[in-house]
Design a protein around this ligand. Structure first.
Ligand code: 6DK
Length: 375
């Protein structure tokens, strides 16, 4: 006979509208020699949420690995097969392949397969829960990240493109078709743009450092003239910062003049944020200056789209304190708290100029864009 417990508090089910995805199993991918894309990135966010008791206000969503059929909605069979082989790697094979994977800004080990599959499956479950109306908003605290992973090439710390696969699964499994992916990582999500470059059903908007094309990933995407192709022309919006150091005023300015007008005109049925916290003040890789309040305001603005259907999917973020504070600020907003007030702000001249040029480019495709207001 099991002892009868009277000490377990009764938790009413069903009335929680905000959820989260987290599993410590995603720590199975790590580099023993040390690497920025480390397990602590998600364990620290999780600890902070628990310390602030925010987890008690959120529904936990169980996690499961991405299936092959799901991954193949975006990725090639070769990419799937390669990621599957990692779990069988010997120590010698790990060492021998290190230099090869380093060129791709990756490290691999036996635990990689499981973590990469769970990370992608976690974002899928988050998006399905929101798309099916089970939850209004979900924070997917997942790693490894995904936005650099191209259909045929894992790269830049990313194996599966978590967000791209999730968007495709939602389109296939639910009535929701029109999806906005907003990527505020300081690196352009080349994999995400490639996956939807010729597809008008998914609007990809990215704010990132471009530095004249010299900033990672330095490929064909990310410039302001890269707007999609074929029937997807106009459905990729790149806001390329020309240098480091952009902060809250610059991001808010871009949101007010370009991101929100286009997003409202597109009228998405679901919004997914590719949430890289590496644009945060203190991140040594991103070298931008976004504050937790800045992230909160961007989240708040996006919260009003798509009937409130929002998924925040973690991408990068390497300063553990900055990532944790930014993630907490975003979590509070999806729980309904008002963002902390920002001081009066002026966007920098470089940012104003960039936004003006992007507006000019995008006014070809979006009638809501008023170039004059950006002058
Ligand atoms: N590699 C990310 O945060 C990943 O967007 C950041 C990508 C890291 C940059 C790696 C890098 C180089 C540089 C020069 C030459 C070769 C390779 F995907 C996320 F993790 F989210 O600078």
């Amino acid at each position: 006979h099991l002892p009868r417990s009277t000490s377990v508090p009764f938790q009413p089910p069903g009335d929680l509208t905000v959820g989260y995805v987290y599993s410590s199993e995603m720590t199975s991918h790590f580099n023993p020699a040390g690497h920025q894309e480390a397990p602590e990135r998600i364990t620290r966010i999780w600890q902070a949420i628990v310390n602030a008791k925010l987890n008690l206000k959120m529904q936990w969503l169980p996690i499961r690995p991405v299936t092959k059929a799901e991954a193949l909605l975006v990725h090639s069979q070769t990419t799937w097969d390669l990621i599957e082989t990692f779990q069988y790697m010997t120590e010698q094979q790990v060492v021998d392949s290190e230099a090869y994977y380093e060129q791709l800004s990756l490290y691999v080990m036996p635990g990689t397969t499981r973590a990469a599959r769970l990370s992608c499956g976690g974002v899928i479950e988050a998006c399905l829960a929101v798309a099916r109306g089970r939850l209004r908003k979900v924070f997917a605290i997942c790693r490894p990240p995904g936005h650099h992973a191209e259909p045929d090439q894992s790269m830049g710390f990313c194996f599966f493109n978590n967000v791209a696969v999730a968007a495709r699964v939602v389109q296939q499994m639910t009535p929701i078709k029109r999806i906005l992916i907003l990527d505020w990582s300081p690196y352009v999500g080349n994999g995400t743009q490639r996956a939807f470059n010729d597809d008008p059903s998914v609007l990809y908007i990215s704010l990132h450092r471009y530095d004249g094309g010299s900033f990672y990933p330095c490929g064909e995407f990310g410039g302001m003239a890269s707007c999609g192709e074929g029937s997807g022309l106009g459905f990729s919006v790149n806001i390329p910062w020309p240098e480091k150091g952009m902060g809250d005023p610059d991001y808010i300015h871009a949101f007010q003049r370009v991101v929100m007008p286009i997003a409202m005109e597109f009228a998405p049925e679901l919004v997914i944020i590719s949430a890289g916290f590496d644009a945060a003040l203190g991140d040594e890789l991103g070298e931008c200056k976004v504050s937790p309040a800045g992230y909160a305001h961007m989240t708040h603005m996006l919260s009003g789209l798509a009937g409130g259907r929002l998924v925040v999917a973690l991408e990068g973020g390497y300063n553990l304190d900055a990532t944790m504070h930014s993630a907490l600020a975003v979590t509070k907003v999806i729980l309904g708290e008002a963002p902390e007030q920002l001081p009066p702000m002026h966007a920098s001249e470089v940012a104003t100029e960039t936004v003006y040029l992007v507006a000019k480019e995008q006014s070809k495709y979006w009638k809501s864009i008023d170039t004059k207001s950006c002058e």
